[in-house]
Design a protein around this ligand. Structure first.
Ligand SMILES: Nc1nc2c(ncn2[C@@H]2O[C@H](COP(=O)(O)OP(=O)(O)OP(=O)(O)O)[C@@H](O)[C@H]2O)c(=O)[nH]1
Ligand SMILES: [Mg+2]
Ligand SMILES: [Zn+2]
Length: 367
């Protein structure tokens, strides 16, 4: 495969070529495959390798972090770093090319936090929801909203289809919650629906899997790949807390297209800071030691947080900051819930009126 073919397989086309020529003449195109703590892996016509943001990009990102900071799926302009000291294959990311589509998660309550790009330049956003206790109409609404906002096509995957004998019931609920969105029932265990999902792939096309932790996103990617490329959750001691198996966003290349796997967002959904859990991983690790899973860390027996505070292994200031951010994320969720409840009431008011009109026409007004 020559360099151009390699780029086209990554989704490169004339439009992006024109963008690069005008926005970053003389630089080389690459696509972000993965990101982990600021370290990127980028694929270009010359193969794949590590890359990091240049000083200039860091400066641009201060002004507009959401647009300027690279995300998985982004097309970027690359440059070899100056000097002989740097590893030969390491590249500097000078610029992010304008995105065709982007799955963006709004920052929680605090407007000063930048919104976060979960995946860029995707054609399809799969919203994965499993047919068990995880299933939530409220959460589905939020995910589908974000998927629509991306500019790509949302498709709902009803995962773990093997776990229910009421698939049609779930399908109906999804269709009512997300009108106009295709629904595919999938099971990574039996293989049901996997080929229907594959129909949305294609050479040069990119799809992304979103949804709560544990719904089976990575398992579906593996089913499509035909081999266990990604780690999937084994036995979870504490499923309710939504421990993450996938910890980074990653673009996987198959012969028939590209797939981006994402870590599940935590229970609070799209308004919750996934960053919160990562930023306070130390605290999250202590919280799981509390005797009660709904421990408020006030005066409950067996509270690991209290013990850590009293023992001096957990800083009081840090814990206070964590609690404050938790409350903000919680309030943001309450606000969206209130909004969607209002929308729901309006929807039902219309339905009720229509039904009443229908009954009046059919049976007269004094039935
Ligand atoms: N019964 C059944 N179990 C499944 C299916 N798909 C996945 N699982 C199980 O569900 C658990 C979670 O699967 P993952 O693929 O790791 O879920 P994920 O959405 O990638 O989770 P995160 O990476 O934490 O966001 C694992 O124990 C899987 O074995 C399925 O189709 N049917
Ligand atoms: Mg996963
Ligand atoms: Zn506690």
């Amino acid at each position: 495969m020559d360099a151009i073919d390699a780029l086209q397989a990554l989704g490169w086309d004339d439009q992006f070529a024109a963008l690069l020529a005008t926005e970053a003449p003389g630089l080389v195109a690459g696509r972000i495959l993965s990101e982990e703590r600021g370290q990127y892996v980028v694929a270009s016509g010359a193969g794949e390798g590590p890359a990091s943001p240049s000083g200039r990009l860091r400066h641009d990102a201060e002004l507009d972090p959401t647009a300027a900071w690279p995300a998985v799926g982004d097309w970027v302009a690359l440059e070899r770093p100056a000097g002989d000291g740097a590893a030969i294959e390491h590249r500097l990311i000078q610029r992010v090319l304008a995105r065709r589509t982007a799955v963006i998660r709004r920052a929680p309550g605090d407007r000063k936090l930048p919104s976060q790009v979960l995946a860029a330049n995707v054609d399809v956003v799969f919203v994965v929801t499993s047919v068990n206790q995880e299933f939530s109409v409220r959460r589905l609404e939020r995910y589908v909203t974000v998927a629509w906002e991306s500019g790509a096509t949302p498709i709902v995957l009803l995962s773990k289809a093997d776990l229910t004998d009421d698939l049609e019931g779930f399908r109906l609920q999804v269709e009512m919650t997300a009108p106009g969105v295709d629904v595919i029932a999938v099971s990574a265990v039996t293989g049901q629906g996997v080929e229907d999902v594959r129909r949305h792939l294609g050479v040069g096309r990119t799809v992304v899997f979103t949804g709560s932790s544990g719904v089976g996103k990575s398992s579906i990617v593996n089913a499509l790949a035909g081999e266990p490329l990604l780690d999937t959750g084994g036995i979870r001691l504490d499923d309710a807390r939504g421990r993450h198996t996938t910890t980074r966003r990653q673009l996987v290349r198959l012969v028939d297209g590209m797939l981006i796997d994402t870590p599940g967002l935590r229970e609070l959904g799209v308004m919750d800071g996934e960053g919160l859990a990562t930023a306070f991983e130390d605290i999250e690790r202590i919280v799981v030691e509390c005797r009660f899973s709904d421990c408020q860390h006030k005066s409950e027996p067996g509270c690991a947080i209290r013990a850590a505070l009293d023992g001096g292994t957990l800083d009081r200031g840090r814990f206070a900051a964590y609690e404050k951010l938790q409350r903000e994320a919680y309030r943001a969720t309450l606000a969206t819930d209130a909004l969607s409840r209002r929308a729901e009431r309006r929807k039902w008011a219309v339905i009720t009126r229509d039904v009443e009109q229908h009954m009046r026409l059919k049976y007269g007004s004094d039935r």
